[in-house]
Design a protein around this ligand. Structure first.
Ligand code: 1PR
Length: 558
């Protein structure tokens, strides 16, 4: 009957549930949204993808009477799948801005990960499960990686052991999933875990179909290093949205027409990279600093279309800041971010505005709570907020010559590369070189805004530490000097920053060969490495990067 292909979804409107919706539809189901507590009680199958903060979610559930309906539904052993916060809310309470009472169905308290043991918080990325009891929906997981993103977790104990169906190791051995009868909940994100995740959802949605248990495959044992494909997107001179790629941030061809370099269509390329095994996709709207992104409907459309078929995390950046449009209508950065989340982004990335916010905070020492960073991370959680840093090296004779953190640079040959000499910025670089004669051994990393066009009085080190304090959950660390050069990542910079913060750092800029990825993971504490040019130009496929890392003994998702 038709009701067999309908799944009821509890979405209380706190974040990106779009990816769960997309995955359900992809698997051939229609969605009925919960409007009233009765809709919960009448559901054939209920999926609860909790998002946002614990207290805010409990508040809504209590006020609407849905908390009681949920408890009744679950106590009757009706088919249920909770995701992420949808697992945590089943416990007695959470320490997230609390203690705050939960639904109290499972004994235990949800607490924060401890980052003191060198484990970065949030726990972001692809990790392995230890299955502790038959859970049916996890039958295809075997030793394969699945995607987690969270700062809080519940712990297994004597009191809740009848519920726990799998655990995951990340400093602590925490609860990755629970199962009792028809009631399931998972801390990870099946809707963002590629094929493995889709099979988990499929098994929940089609329990009656006798699916054979596949032999265990894969070699997952711990958090994998991520490989990320990045798509710099902007309108070309004809107004079409294209994937472009610069040399040291200059995206125009070195021809008479000086056109914007066009490397393909964003939705198509993202779909291709998903098939090729990218662990995440980043879209950077590189002219967002001057064009208002909500006016930029094509970018929202790119996200919507991509998220229909791509089941790994999507990050989008560009233009996230407060804005007043031509009609005088004011949009907060939170509204801009919300629109990106609604369109399918799992994380947003802030570039220029994060620099201004950090400068202001360092000047005043006051957390106003009103900055883009603070507001967005409060509503959507730290794990949803990436800060993208665009630093440029400034050479020095002595680290004491500046008030910012300076380091000895070990790869100064990257200062002026062959392709930089061909670029229109060559004269600028030459100018810098003339006034920074060879032989300087030190550099500080000056932050820039507006796509590298303007240097600011703050270093990458100072910025990273400040944005971590203000609520960033991850850092995307570019380097203008290395961007598009294919000579390797700036290991000095990436080591400096990844040692300075306890949130994950994504190494970016300069990848030219598979060895550059193993180098950056061996020599720094980066959690992920991102590349653009080599993937767009099909010089090095994502699979080759993964295979190389695997052969080098670095854990990756295969
Ligand atoms: O300032 O909040 O509007 O955000 C703008 C965003 O756009 C920032 O994240 C900024 O990094 C990015 N951006 C702005 N201008 C450019 C440009 O290239 N002209 N692109 C730009 C940044 C750098 C990386 C690139 C890596 C890897 N691109 O994302 O993908 O360097 O490249 P490679 O592997 O080819 O070396 P806001």
């Amino acid at each position: 009957s038709s009701s067999d292909s309908v799944v009821t979804l509890l979405d209380y409107g706190a974040g990106n549930v779009r990816s769960v919706r997309n995955a359900i539809r992809f698997l051939g189901f229609d969605i009925k949204d919960v409007q009233t507590p009765e809709d919960i009680l009448n559901a054939n199958r209920l999926i609860f993808p909790g998002v946002g903060a614990f207290a805010a979610a409990m508040d809504v559930l209590n006020k609407t009477g849905m908390a009681e309906a949920l408890c009744t539904y679950i106590e009757k052993d009706r088919p249920f799948l909770g995701i992420c916060l949808g697992l945590q809310l089943l416990f007695e309470s959470s320490e997230e801005n609390g203690p705050v009472n939960g639904l109290g169905l499972i004994p235990g308290v949800v607490g924060r990960f401890d980052s003191s043991g060198g484990f970065r918080v949030p726990h972001i990325g692809w990790n392995a499960l230890q299955i502790t009891k038959d859970s049916e929906i996890l039958d295809d997981v075997g030793n394969r990686h699945i995607y987690f993103v969270h700062s809080y977790r519940a712990m297994p104990s004597e009191d809740n052991k009848e519920w726990v169906s799998s655990t995951c190791n990340y400093g602590d051995k925490f609860i990755a999933s629970i199962r009792r009868g028809n009631v399931h909940a998972v801390q990870f994100h099946p809707e963002k875990s590629g094929d493995v995740g889709l099979s988990i959802l499929r098994r929940f949605l089609y329990p009656e179909s006798t699916m054979l248990k596949k032999p265990t495959e894969g070699k997952a044992s711990q958090l994998a290093k991520r490989v990320i494909a990045c798509l710099d997107v902007r309108a070309n001179d004809k107004g079409d949205l294209v994937v472009t790629k610069g040399d040291q941030y200059d995206v125009r061809e070195n021809t008479k027409e000086n056109e914007v370099r066009n490397l393909g269509k964003p939705v198509e390329l993202a779909g291709q990279y998903y098939k090729d095994g990218t662990d995440e996709i980043s879209f950077l709207n590189i002219t967002g600093f001057r064009d208002f992104p909500l006016g930029d409907l094509p970018m929202l459309q790119v996200l919507r279309l991509t998220s229909e078929n791509v089941f790994v995390p999507l990050t989008v950046g560009g233009g996230i800041r407060d804005f007043t449009d031509a009609n005088g209508r004011y949009y907060s950065s939170l509204e801009v971010a919300s629109e990106y989340f609604r369109s399918g982004a799992d994380k947003i990335s802030i570039g220029s505005d994060a620099v201004y916010v950090a400068e202001e905070y360092l000047k005043t020492g006051v957390k106003t709570g009103k900055s883009s960073l603070e507001q967005i991370s409060r509503v959507y959680g730290n794990q949803a907020v990436v800060v993208s840093i665009d630093p440029r090296r400034v050479y020095l004779n002595s680290p004491d010559d500046v008030e910012f953190k300076a380091i000895r640079v070990t790869n100064p040959d990257q200062r002026l590369s062959a392709s930089a000499m061909r670029s229109p910025r060559f004269t600028m670089d030459l100018f810098r070189l003339l006034f920074c004669p060879n032989g300087e051994e030190y550099a500080w990393y000056q932050c820039t805004v507006s796509g590298g066009r303007e240097g600011r009085p703050i270093g990458a080190y100072e910025l990273a530490k400040t944005v971590e304090e203000l609520g960033a959950g991850e850092i995307l660390l570019n380097c203008i000097d290395c961007d598009g050069q294919g000579k390797g990542f700036d290991v000095d910079l990436i080591k400096l920053i990844s040692d300075a913060v306890s949130i994950p750092v994504i190494a970016s800029s300069g990848a030219g060969a598979v060895e550059h990825f193993s180098e950056v993971f061996r020599k720094t504490n980066a959690s992920a490495a991102l590349a653009a040019g080599i993937f767009h130009r099909k010089e090095v496929p994502i699979q080759s990067v993964k295979e190389h890392l695997f052969n080098e003994g670095i854990e990756v998702r295969i």
